[in-house]
Design a protein around this ligand. Structure first.
Ligand SMILES: Nc1ccn([C@@H]2O[C@H](COP(=O)(O)OP(=O)(O)OP(=O)(O)O)[C@@H](O)[C@H]2O)c(=O)n1
Ligand SMILES: C[C@](O)(CO)[C@H](O)COP(=O)(O)O
Length: 387
């Protein structure tokens, strides 16, 4: 590792450092269905790419990543060694949550939205840590700067970047304030801490708006690999209920025994979609003991899954369902189901296929105890290079 060699050459020993990666933002200025955290560089989401980039530059004792509560379960599936912490409503709150887990005297904090940190910049930061409370990379202003209609001396202006290296205890203390700061150094400065500024790097630009994607030079285009998932679900019949299959009412008086509306076709499809994304299964998202999902219309669940998949960087390419039912006959409903599902998934109806079959009176389907559905779904990464 070049930076370590450099530091050791300068006679410095390596400090114990924790890395905090802030990734719990709402990505609102990015203004896309996909959140910037989840853009893929080849096969790696941006938050992990940014983390791994720093990880290969320094042997951190701890790595902590903040995520939004709804993405937390999915982010955790990417790594066993990272500590994932739920973020708060602001960057500052997310940082305070992460700091509760830091065990080292110094902590390096970076925005996942600044993925292109190079080793020279990190070395410049580490080299200043000993005699300061926080070390902050910056870029000088190169344009004319007007502040409240008055041109000011641009030599006095610094454009602040991350990562910033702080004394952990002092940073914790600095964040115990109702004042909202947009970075760590402003908070530490406000309590009288000693701030060292070192030269940053234009390459360490923050991804804020969608137009920035093309300028984040270290990111590679997403892989074009298709991901195929499969799902399977069964529900027993229950009299006195409407039967919903694939979002369509197919029988007025014989429905399904279930916590939700029991739409076995949508449930299998959801599992196929989640399977393709590596996101577990329907029960992880919508537990069947959660009162919010009692008798819920499964179309709402499918909508939520589609919006989750879009948020974490996927597009739906195709799906195929086989509904196994002895009763009712489904031939008249297959196209209606297809159009209904395609509409919810916002894909062409020709990319949704629905098949129905009996099981020749064999098994629980054949004995008319219930209905089963198997489904496959194909996803691909959202291609941000086309935006
Ligand atoms: N509540 C928050 C808000 C922001 N961040 C993180 O702080 C960094 C800087 O924030 P920014 O780039 O502004 O990201 P967002 O807050 O997601 O963007 P926006 O303001 O456009 O919604 C990002 O890596 C973001 O994920 C965070 O961890 N928790
Ligand atoms: C921390 C930061 O990246 C330094 O420039 C910046 O202040 C983050 O601000 P944002 O409004 O949360 O993007």
């Amino acid at each position: 590792m070049y930076n370590i060699v450099t530091l050791q050459k300068k006679g410095q020993s390596l400090p114990d450092l924790a890395l905090v990666m802030l990734g719990a933002g709402s990505s609102s200025r990015f203004n896309q269905r996909v959140k910037k955290q989840w853009l893929r560089s080849e096969d790696t989401p941006l938050w992990l790419f940014a983390t791994q980039n720093l990880q290969q530059l320094f042997p951190f004792k701890q790595i902590i990543v903040t995520t939004t509560p709804d993405e937390h379960f999915y982010a955790k599936k990417f790594s066993e060694s990272i500590t994932f912490v739920e973020g708060g409503a602001t960057r500052q709150e997310s940082l305070a949550n992460a700091l509760l887990h830091v065990k080292t005297p110094f902590v390096l904090v970076s925005d996942i939205a600044r993925p292109c940190i190079d080793q020279e910049m990190l070395v410049r930061i580490l080299a200043e840590m000993e005699n300061n409370d926080i070390v902050v990379p910056y870029l000088p202003a190169v344009d004319t700067v007007v502040y409240e209609n008055a041109t000011i001396n641009r030599d006095h202006v610094k454009l602040i970047q991350t990562p910033q290296l702080s004394r952990t205890e002092l940073l914790r203390k600095a964040l115990q304030t109702p004042t909202l700061y947009t970075d760590d150094s402003s908070a530490i400065k406000a309590i009288g801490g000693k701030v060292a500024y070192v030269l940053g790097n234009p390459e360490a630009k923050k991804l804020t708006c969608k137009e920035d994607s093309a300028t984040i030079s270290c990111l590679k285009a997403p892989s074009s690999t298709p991901f195929v998932g499969e799902g399977f679900d069964v529900h027993a019949y229950e009299e006195g209920k409407v039967m919903m299959l694939g979002g369509v009412e197919v029988h007025p008086t014989t429905g399904f025994k279930a916590h939700s509306d029991g739409d076995v076709a949508i449930h299998a499809l959801i599992d196929a979609l989640l399977g393709a994304a590596g996101a577990g299964d329907i029960g992880e998202l919508f537990p069947d003991n959660d009162p919010r999902y009692k008798n819920i219309d499964s179309k709402l669940l499918l909508r939520e899954v589609c919006s989750f998949l879009a948020k974490v960087g996927f597009e739906i390419v195709h799906c195929d369902l086989t509904i196994m039912a002895e009763f009712p006959r489904l031939s008249a409903f297959k196209d209606k189901i297809r159009f209904c599902l395609a509409d919810i998934m916002a894909i062409s109806p020709i990319h949704v296929n629905v098949k129905a079959t009996t099981t020749e009176k064999l098994g629980f389907v054949g004995r008319q105890e219930g209905v089963a559905t198997s489904a496959t779904a194909t996803l691909k990464y959202y291609d941000w290079t086309n935006v």
